[in-house]
Ligand binder design. Structure first.
Ligand SMILES: Cc1cc2nc3c(=O)[nH]c(=O)nc-3n(C[C@H](O)[C@H](O)[C@H](O)COP(=O)(O)O)c2cc1C
Length: 166
């Protein structure tokens, strides 16, 4: 299905493997979620609605690196923005940085969806801004925590339409 780890084992998407036809209809979602699991909850809802495949960036540095070989949309939470180490330092989870430091992975990103918490004010969802700027891809959507039903509807519909234009 186009997703493998550095050790050669394969990460099954939530919904298992899909056909080539499905691949053209809906994007692969690559996401990170910490142990609080908010982003994972959102991605599961998108997957249920859209039938998109999704694969999770490993949490621990001892886990095998994730390497993808097909275009994808990244879904990432924001962490640590504005913590006194520079406005943007720490906002993109280090696991996501590590994933994007792989040249092949970076070449396949087509868009980014960010999650955050509006309590962080001007730092709300800035991980998406940073990735959009650095990887030259659109920042498709910002959502709070695990998203509302409206977020799920908007992202599902938007992704389906947008992906067909890619
Ligand atoms: C230590 C910490 C720092 C955070 N920093 C930000 C931030 O700068 N901007 C933001 O929008 N959200 C921030 N958040 C909120 C998270 O992005 C939000 O809770 C998200 O849903 C976490 O996703 P996850 O459970 O999938 O890891 C922060 C949360 C924590 C715990």
């Amino acid at each position: 299905m186009g997703v493998s780890s550095a050790t050669g084992s394969r990460y099954a998407a939530f919904g298992g493997y899909s056909t080539a036809d499905e691949r053209e209809e809906v994007p692969l979602l690559v996401y990170f979620s910490s142990i609080s699991g908010n982003t994972a909850r959102f991605v599961e809802k998108i997957q249920a609605k859209l039938g998109a495949r999704a694969v999770r960036i490993p949490l621990h540095s001892t886990d095998a690196d994730l390497v993808v070989d097909e275009p994808f949309v990244l879904v990432t939470p924001t962490y640590g923005g504005g913590q006194g180490r520079g406005e943007e330092k720490g906002a993109v989870p280090r696991q996501v940085i590590r994933f994007l430091n792989d040249e092949q992975n970076r070449s396949l990103i087509r868009g980014v969806i960010s999650a955050g918490n509006t309590n962080f004010g001007e730092h709300f969802c800035i991980a998406g801004e940073i990735i959009s700027r650095k990887c030259h891809v659109p920042h498709l959507y910002r959502l709070e925590l695990f998203g509302t039903p409206e977020d799920v509807d908007r992202v599902s519909e938007g992704l389906e339409r947008w992906w067909k234009l890619q």
